[in-house]
Write a protein that binds this ligand. Structure first.
Ligand code: M6R
Length: 614
């Protein structure tokens, strides 16, 4: 998804800081980039299609060798095309006709066509096909000596979502930033400020940040920050401290962020569980949920809303809440929840799961649920993210930054956190103390089990090498391993671009089996947990159609050998933990499969890390 960086200050090279920020946002996915700075009473801008490295080359060629700008204020952007192809003209920053205003924008302006027509009638000439360009013309049109007010007046006319940063020759000592539905964070430095759409762009410079709320507009200078709401009323936002180190957002010797994050899982899961298990009471301790035992007991239905990998984690959660706490639970694709007029009763809990905490559909589901009077809570990784703030209660993963577009450690931490929450709900109801203690033992052992899978990465790579020819693949599972099969298929398709489908093993016979043949491998999750005997039958059906079968199985379970061509052996564990360790194995399988096919792993084509538009 698009990325924004803005810098104001004299402490460092402005252009280098902006480019460094863009590089730190590359993982979000983009197809063009650009930069604009104010210098000697003019705005200078360079844009380029392709990667930030290409923009950097252009800057070196056009600026550094001849006339490097002497500037202390600038904005930069990576664009992920929505309105208009990824071309030079469509890249941001956009500059108005007078050359006095430049803007970068994330989000979508839904009424841009009508606004464009009005502005054209007033003589504005557009250079791009984007929705974003409308806004810079509108600000120029409404400017009456106060940039903040011109931005506010323009934003009042917009329908849609935005995170923006604006510079103007009329206000050369400050950036103006604003947001609605698309994140903006302000890094508060010492005689400098850096703004970005994602905290990872600025943690190398400062750990003190301000997260804007929707419809906040901020005037950001090197010395201070003034925030007003869209009605020009001053508002105060607290300065938060980011606890991620800048090293955590770098590759640390691994070839890819995805690989690094897969290897970080034992530690990330330990962090997610630290201090959250109460052995004495045999329960989970998640104070951020803010439920008294009475509140907990009153909740009689849970709806989980999420997208993508987070939705798969939520599917595992559905099993946990029903098995451990006997609470009717549904998992909803968040966009469906929003548009389906869902039934929310007074004692329903809407649990939103989102790594980034910024996914547009999940956020919209949260708002819809709040509007319908539900209690809402969230499981997010990014501290201070919009979903975390708007739900007001929830559990942070503490998994550290997840940079790889393919989500890995977020999934295993989300599932672990869901297990702890279900334990808490369960103990509030019928779950016995001994069962609670047994679960705590299992939860505490997850990092060790995941480490065992990591130690077998080379064996998984060998299996992936054998099937690298495949253009189609199926993943099947049952019960707790059904969501794991969906997640395995998602991982393969997003980073290796082959056609992969995840199915409930029982569903295979209802249609998909027609596609099986010798060039279509099936990955069957056949760990020794309830459902195994049935999935053996499904594996036989696949073999009968000549599909090679790759199984996950529990170490020592020789019954699987005769039904599979290759086996990824996994340590013994309960059904509650099986989806976690199985997905770790499938992450490695997908990673090596994609790598052997020469695919771009951290920035897969067409994908964005965080989907902040509908
Ligand atoms: O940040 P979120 O967890 O809300 O993101 C949801 C999905 O966009 C995300 O999980 C996506 O499916 C990943 N690319 C999967 O690897």
């Amino acid at each position: 998804m698009c990325g924004i960086v803005g810098y104001i200050g004299k402490k460092r090279d402005n252009v280098e800081t902006l480019i460094d920020g863009l590089k730190r946002l590359e993982y979000r996915g983009y197809d063009s980039a650009g930069i604009a700075v104010i210098e000697n009473g003019g705005i200078r801008s360079i844009k380029s299609t392709g990667k930030v490295a290409e923009l950097q080359q252009k800057i070196l060629a056009d600026w550094n060798h001849h006339n490097k700008p002497d500037t202390s204020i600038g904005i930069a952007h990576t664009r992920w095309a929505t309105h208009g192809a990824p071309t030079h003209d469509n890249a941001h920053p956009h500059i108005d006709d007078t050359g006095r205003f430049a803007l970068v924008h994330n989000g979508i302006i839904e009424n841009y066509a009508a606004l464009k027509k009005q502005l054209q009638l007033k003589g504005h000439v557009f250079k791009s096909e984007t929705d974003s360009e409308v806004l810079v013309h509108l600000i120029a049109e409404l400017f009456d000596g106060d940039l903040m007010q011109a931005v506010a007046a323009s934003l009042k006319q917009l329908e849609g979502t935005f995170g923006i940063t604006v510079i103007s020759l009329d206000s050369p000592d400050s950036l103006v930033v604003a947001r609605r539905g698309s994140p903006i964070v302000i890094g508060v430095g010492d005689e400098e400020s850096i703004v970005a759409s994602d905290v990872s762009a600025l943690i190398a410079y400062t750990k003190r940040v301000i997260y804007l709320d929707d419809d906040d507009i901020a005037l950001v200078s090197a010395e201070g920050i003034e925030i007003r709401n869209i009605d020009n009323v001053p508002v105060s936002r607290e300065i938060a401290k980011v606890d991620w180190s800048s090293d955590a957002a770098e590759k640390g010797g691994y070839e890819h962020f995805m690989l690094k994050e897969m290897y970080e899982q034992p530690e990330a899961i330990s962090n997610a569980t630290r201090g959250r298990l109460d052995r004495k009471m045999a329960t989970g301790m998640m104070n951020g949920l803010g439920f008294s035992p009475k509140n907990l007991a009153e909740i009689n239905r849970i709806v989980i809303a999420a997208c993508g990998t987070s939705m798969h984690a939520g599917m595992v959660g559905e099993y946990y809440f029903e098995d451990l706490a006997s609470i009717p639970t549904e998992i909803e694709q968040a966009a469906e929840f929003r548009y389906r007029n869902p039934i929310i009763e007074p004692n329903s809990l809407l649990l939103a799961i989102s790594q980034s905490g910024e996914t547009a559909d999940t956020l919209a589901a949260v708002r819809e649920a709040i509007n319908k009077g539900a209690t809402v809570a969230s499981i997010c990784n990014v501290v201070g993210s919009t979903i975390a703030r708007e739900t007001g209660r929830g559990v942070y993963l503490h998994a550290g930054p997840e940079i790889g577009v393919a989500s890995t450690k977020a999934f295993t931490c989300q599932v672990t956190v869901l297990l702890m929450i279900a334990l808490k709900f369960g103990r509030n109801r019928r779950l016995a103390t001994e069962e609670g203690v047994r679960l705590i033992d299992e939860i505490e052992n997850i990092p060790a089990l995941v480490t065992e899978v990591l130690n077998d990465a080379a064996k998984i790579e060998e299996i992936a090498r054998k099937y690298v020819y495949a253009e189609d693949m199926f993943f099947i599972g049952r019960g707790y391993l059904y969501p794991a099969a969906l997640e395995g298929a998602l991982k393969i398709k997003e980073i290796s671009y082959i056609h992969a489908e995840g199915y409930h093993a029982a569903e295979l016979k209802h249609g998909p089996i027609a596609l099986l043949e010798e060039k279509v491998p099936v990955v069957a999750l056949a760990n020794d947990i309830p459902g195994k005997d049935k999935i053996i039958g499904n594996m036989q059906e696949c073999k009968a159609r000549k599909s090679p079968v790759i199984a996950t199985a529990t170490v020592g379970d020789d019954s699987i050998r005769e039904h599979a061509d290759d086996i990824i052996w996994l340590p013994e564990c309960s059904k509650y933990v099986a989806p976690i360790i199985s997905v770790v194995a499938l992450q490695f399988f997908s990673y090596y499969f994609a790598k052997l096919r020469g695919c771009s792993i951290d920035q897969p084509r067409n994908l964005a890390k965080s989907v902040t538009v509908e």
